[in-house]
Design a protein around this ligand. Structure first.
Ligand code: HEC
Length: 276
């Protein structure tokens, strides 16, 4: 664990040094107006670019210095293997639906940076893939500025992942994967509860999305799951992430109901791949 941290530190340092040597983060993009930055080029073409809101170049520079050593701005498929952390656009994508306003979003990021804790994570898949982010001891004012910018940034279109980064859901040599009985029953109970769920307030559906996320996180973070089984659990729940995020932030009651029923349908496949 501490060995990993040291390794991360060294890797991050190498990246920082490379960036410095390459002259990245120089003041070439000032302007003051909406500035666009490409998140890495793909065969010479930018699929999309990020806009930094007006008056935010200072915070953006901080983000470049403090965060881009490990996080890329946007997904860079050509450098997928060298990634040290999820792209910032993905972090925003996972955090925004979980908070109703900017203040609570910013507080959550500030708390995370002050003290990264698995129980606070909204990206258990990223922890699985990269191990938990080390505490970096940033200054709170800087972190606040970065967190506010992260909320405001428009990363352009985020390429869909569709569970690709984790691979495909498969059986265990023709059989089902064995999970803890309590988790198998948790999924059964969820199905029953969700089928009965009905409300005339869309806010209840938003809350339901958040509750679902916490339940699923408990399964994913169970330390007894390892290796291929854990990968398969991640693949399965990655497939539900779209519906969960949609539920959390849906404003339209009719659509929220549709998203819930699509979630329930997908959840039903759990018993086809997992047993206890
Ligand atoms: C030394 C490398 C490193 C640096 C520097 C770094 N991060 Fe991270 N960060 C990670 C890794 C690895 C993860 C994925 C694992 C995780 O979620 O803990 C991560 C995850 C995150 C998450 C998601 C946490 C969760 O699980 O819910 C947030 C938010 C975040 N980083 C913000 C930042 C911000 C903002 C900065 C700059 C101030 C920053 N990070 C700098 C390595 C780094």
């Amino acid at each position: 664990m501490s060995k990993f941290r040291i390794l991360m530190g060294i890797k991050a340092l190498i990246v920082v040094m490379t960036l410095v040597l390459m002259g990245c983060g120089s003041d070439s993009h000032d302007g003051g107006k909406m500035a666009s930055h490409s998140g890495g080029t793909m065969h010479g073409k930018n699929p999309a670019s990020t806009s930094v809101p007006e008056g935010r170049m200072e915070a953006y520079r901080l983000m470049q210095q403090r965060c881009f050593s490990c996080h890329s701005e946007r997904p860079t498929p050509e450098r997928h293997q060298q990634m040290l952390a999820p792209p910032m656009s993905r972090v925003q994508e996972h955090y925004k639906p979980n908070f109703n306003d900017k203040a609570s979003f910013v507080n959550a990021i500030v708390e995370w940076l002050d003290h990264p804790l698995e129980s606070r994570s909204l990206m258990p898949g990223a922890i699985r893939k990269f191990n938990i982010m080390p505490a970096m001891g940033y200054k709170e004012v800087e972190v606040r500025a970065i967190a506010e910018l992260l909320y405001e940034m428009d990363f352009g279109s985020n390429p869909k992942r569709a569970g690709k980064s984790m691979g495909k859901l498969t059986l265990n040599q023709g059989g089902k994967w064995k999970v803890k009985p309590e988790h198998w029953y948790l999924m059964e109970d969820l199905k029953i509860k969700l089928n009965r769920f009905n409300s005339s307030k869309v806010e209840d559906y938003n809350q339901l999305g958040k509750d679902l996320f916490s339940e699923i996180k408990r399964v994913l973070l169970d330390p007894s799951y390892k290796g291929e089984l854990l990968d398969q659990l991640h693949v399965f729940f990655n497939g539900l992430e779209g519906e969960m995020h949609a539920l959390m932030q849906e404003k339209d009651l009719g659509k929220a109901k549709q998203e819930l029923s699509s979630f329930i349908n997908k959840l039903d496949a759990f018993k086809d791949y997992f047993k206890y």
